[in-house]
Design a protein around this ligand. Structure first.
Ligand SMILES: [Zn+2]
Length: 132
């Protein structure tokens, strides 16, 4: 199935929760009833909706990639150097900015280092979309 169609179906499945969450956010912004004051321009409502939507999108992506990195499959944790096959040392994760269609997100990217090749490797580069 096309990934865009699959994602649209998932979003449709979440419709009820999204409606509830939008209602909570509107109450936060416009008061208990979630109703914009009379005279609030459509363009103001639209701008706020777009910015809130983009912020939710960035949070969704950032949380997802962060958790995925933390739950790296053991086949990647114990893999050898992709170049020479030698042992890899684990190093502290580095902050990695990602530019998405809805703005920048940042996450801690795990990395390994091969002493022989003097090269750092970022398993996420190989693993996104791959399976063991
Ligand atoms: Zn190597």
């Amino acid at each position: 199935m096309d990934k865009k169609v699959a994602a649209a179906r998932k979003a449709q499945e979440l419709r009820g929760q999204i409606e509830q969450f939008a209602g909570s956010l509107r109450a936060e912004v416009y008061g208990e009833q979630g109703c914009p004051a009379w005279g609030t321009l459509f363009s103001e409502i639209e701008e706020l909706g777009v910015q809130v939507g983009d912020a939710i999108c960035r949070a969704f992506i950032q949380q997802s990639v962060t958790q995925q990195a933390e739950e790296e499959p053991s086949c990647y944790q114990h893999a050898g150097c992709p170049t020479c096959g030698g042992p890899l040392d684990h190093r502290d994760p580095e902050p990695k900015p990602l530019l998405t269609r809805r703005g920048e997100v940042s996450w801690q990217e795990p990395q390994t280092y091969c002493k022989k090749c003097r090269k750092a490797f970022f398993p996420s580069v190989q693993k996104f979309g791959d399976t063991c």
